[in-house]
Design a protein around this ligand. Structure first.
Ligand code: PLP
Length: 351
């Protein structure tokens, strides 16, 4: 704590990201994609002229937004691009959720949401998940200054279909509903087609997971031009150039290779189901998942101990030390070989 900090900075509770270890571990802790980005990405990196870096990038990211609009089946004026979806979320909190009434969210969801609430002085009201760990959409429809949740949700892996989101939007019409679709490509159903019908719906997405580009920092939002304009107002009051020239070119190359995208996301889904089966054989209870991770608990083995045992043997997973999650491990889906190594270690630890 430093006296040199602004008073408000002393009050912050920063997000704690999963560790990025320097030693060589099988890394199943931050939901990164085990496959490299599309081959076109390597071509862009090889051929990119350093001279392009002399100039500022396009402040409106129009080429990237065109490409996103094409991939998502929207128009470019319904798309906003930013420096990772965490940044897009931060801009959305400022643009839409600084309201008199508190922001409604599930009690178990992406832990960045409460961090932004504190940062921007936004009160929140949280609602428990249903018994099957699904987000309680009926509860989220109650009076609030806005609604946010991840769909599929993290770290539970449960996702609601588009019909359920539409039903929520029929009830909530006077405030923004933000659906964070960081994991939707691994088996969820996107709410993007609803954007045309509901001007208060904002959907965010990221290149970090299904596009294997977590190191690049690219994210986006899809919504009515009215909402996009709100985001642009905040962006242009903070950083006019969030997406750099290289990131834009790489992002476009990743979006263009639809075959590679299909193949890698299917591979993750197949490995996930295989992993769920193998964990179940070891006595784990594994929640169904529409994401690139699973949440698992073992009735006879303490999750914190399993986390440490795995780490000692070179496998890194995520353990959240909260009341609701401390009996669970969140395990990202890697390659089949990586998941075999995980299972081998768990066979020893669960003997
Ligand atoms: C990973 C993740 C993000 C952040 O993605 P970036 O684009 O890497 O910032 C946002 N929301 C959820 C739920 C995530 O899991």
């Amino acid at each position: 704590m430093s006296k040199l900090w602004s008073p408000s900075v002393r009050e912050l509770t920063p997000y704690v990201p999963g560790e990025q270890p320097r030693e060589k571990l099988i890394k199943l802790n931050t939901n990164e994609n085990p496959y490299p980005p599309a081959p076109g990405v390597e071509r862009v990196l090889r051929e990119f002229s350093p001279d392009h870096l002399r100039r500022y990038p396009d402040p409106t990211s129009s080429a990237l937004r065109d490409s996103l609009a094409h991939a998502l089946g929207t128009t470019a004026d319904q798309v906003f691009a930013g420096n990772g979806s965490d940044e897009v979320l931060a801009l959305a909190f400022q643009a839409f959720f600084r309201q008199e009434r508190p922001l409604a969210m599930p009690d178990i969801s992406y832990s960045f949401y409460p961090v932004y609430c504190r940062m921007y002085g936004i009160d929140s009201c949280t609602f428990p998940l249903n018994d099957d760990w699904s987000v309680d959409l009926d509860a989220l429809a109650s009076d609030s200054g806005g609604v946010i949740f991840a769909n599929p949700n993290a770290p539970t892996g449960h996702g609601h279909g588009r019909e359920a989101i539409a039903a929520l939007l029929e009830k909530v019409t006077d405030r923004v509903v933000l659906v964070d679709e960081a994991y939707v490509d691994f088996g969820g159903e996107s709410a993007v087609p609803l954007v045309e019908r509901y001007p208060n719906l904002l959907v965010t997405g990221t290149f970090s997971k299904s596009r294997s580009l977590a190191g690049l920092r690219l994210g986006y939002a899809v919504g009515s031009p009215e909402l996009i304009e709100g985001l642009i107002r905040v962006k242009d009051s903070f950083n006019s150039y969030p997406v750099d020239a290289l990131a834009s070119a790489v992002g476009i190359a990743a979006l263009e290779d639809t075959d590679y995208f299909e193949a890698t996301r299917q591979a993750v889904i197949t490995t996930r189901e295989r992993t769920r089966q193998r964990l179940a054989q070891l006595g784990f209870e594994v929640l169904p998942s529409q994401t690139n991770f699973v949440l698992a608990t073992h009735p006879e083995h303490d999750a914190a101990q399993l986390f440490l045992g795995l780490r000692e043997r070179g496998v890194l997973v995520r353990h959240f030390n909260t009341e609701a999650l401390r009996h669970y491990l969140r395990i990202s889906i890697g390659t089949d070989d990586e998941m075999d190594s995980l299972v081998e270690v768990l066979e020893i630890l669960c003997r």
